[in-house]
Design a protein around this ligand. Structure first.
Ligand code: GLY
Length: 407
């Protein structure tokens, strides 16, 4: 969510609320049974769509100064619980696995409401090793996940990996095929979610929320630049900006910068890969996610740099040099875009989901590296708590009411 100037925001408030005659009029309407979702990235837009679809509120209002312009727009879109897993974080693997299992049905439901596809890709993931230490690490990964009952994971020699993915170069020494790790184009998803939400009656307001307002016991609405919007329930889905919106979220989400590049195969280039690919060079992870039209997203750097928006030369240089080691043909590709954004990270790398603080306040943030992956499970979990049920069992480790802080 980039920050517009005050004038841009005022214009946007007027534009976003025009069908309702302006923010004052919307505020004056009965706020009872109004749900405000703050933040129209993939998570917020999916929560708003699911809440409207399940009719958990009389009115669902999605508020964002520039919908779909934050971390979701820059995200790679890997749906890779296995290849993103870290030893010692089994709950995160379980959350991701539960969510990737929901992705095909979620994609179908969003696409049906939107009347357009969401950009899901099911070719699967290939993790490749370029040196002997990484070959050993792939062998350990294969055993670990096979022992945990993840089916279909297969260790490949370099030659086998190249047979499956001819774009891989001769330096690839081994591969791990993870067919259950999928991918999606987040920009296609954002457009589909906006259309699906609108089809279900979600009202989108282009305004920047400055804080959630409560009376000490329960939520009464949100303050936006240019006015107040009354609501009896508020979901904070503002990604890396969430901590500023209510004291109960202060210090619980921090920005972790990531840079990504987009390249495109030209007519003269070697054909682009069809699988999502991952590798590591000198410990730096790099991944490649195929898009349509011969395009590839290549990501991503990771820095603790606060809200520094600059794309660094060194970041782009490393991404290009590292990916070229696995995919030697990319030197002939066109460089189309470089971008940076901010992953919303928590201290324990687990999202913050569900009720927190005053009655009527809900968190749907802190998804770190896994926001796009966790979107379907998050939408389901928030819909459940908004209906007055508890979080689904698998999402309980992510309960926002647990004690964490980023210090
Ligand atoms: N999910 C990959 C990343 O955050 O770079």
């Amino acid at each position: 969510m980039s920050r517009p100037t005050q004038n841009e925001t005022k214009a946007a408030v007027a534009e976003g609320l025009a069908p309702h005659g302006g923010i004052q009029q919307l505020s004056a309407a009965a706020a009872r049974d109004r749900l405000v979702v703050v933040g129209a990235g993939a998570v917020g837009a999916a929560v708003a769509w699911a809440a409207a679809r399940e009719k958990v509120a009389g009115e669902v209002v999605l508020v964002d100064p520039d919908p779909g312009s934050g971390a979701s727009r820059v995200a790679g879109g890997m749906l890779g619980p296995v290849t993103e897993a870290w030893a010692g974080e089994p709950e995160i693997l379980d959350l991701g696995s539960a969510s990737v299992a929901r992705w095909p049905a979620f994609a179908e439901a969003v696409a049906a409401d939107a009347g357009r596809p969401v950009g899901l890709r099911t070719e699967g993931m290939l993790q490749v090793a370029l040196d002997s230490a990484d070959v050993a690490s792939l062998e350990r990964m294969a055993k670990h996940f096979q022992d945990r009952g993840h089916h279909g994971i297969e260790l490949l020699t370099g030659a086998e990996a190249r047979r499956r993915e001819p774009a891989l170069g001769p330096s690839v020494r081994a591969g791990l095929s993870v067919p259950g790790d999928l991918a999606v184009d987040p920009r296609t998803l954002l457009v589909a979610l906006a259309a699906a939400g609108a089809a279900r009656g979600v009202v989108t307001c282009r305004a920047r929320v400055t804080r959630v307002v409560d009376d000490g016991e329960r939520v009464t609405g949100v303050e936006v630049e240019g006015g107040q919007l009354a609501a009896d329930r508020v979901v904070v889905a503002a990604g890396a900006w969430s901590s500023a919106l209510h004291p109960v979220l202060a210090d619980r989400v921090r920005p972790v910068k990531g840079e990504i590049i987009r390249i495109r195969a030209r007519r003269s280039s070697p054909p682009p890969p069809v699988h999502t690919l991952r590798t590591a060079v000198e410990g730096r992870p790099v991944y490649v996610i195929p898009r349509t039209g011969g395009r590839l997203a290549v990501g991503a750097t990771q820095y603790e740099a606060g809200f520094d928006p600059d794309v660094l030369v060194g970041g782009v240089r490393n991404l290009l040099a590292d990916v070229e080691k696995a995919l030697p043909g990319i030197g002939d590709y066109a460089l189309e875009e470089t971008a940076a954004s901010f992953r919303p990270c928590t201290e324990d790398n687990t999202p913050l989901l569900g009720p927190v603080g005053p009655e009527g306040l809900f968190a749907s943030t802190g998804h770190g590296r896994n926001g796009i992956l966790l979107t379907p499970l998050t939408a389901e979990a928030l819909t459940a708590v908004l209906r007055g049920e508890g979080l689904p069992g698998v999402a309980e480790p992510a309960a926002a009411a647990r004690a964490t802080a980023c210090v």
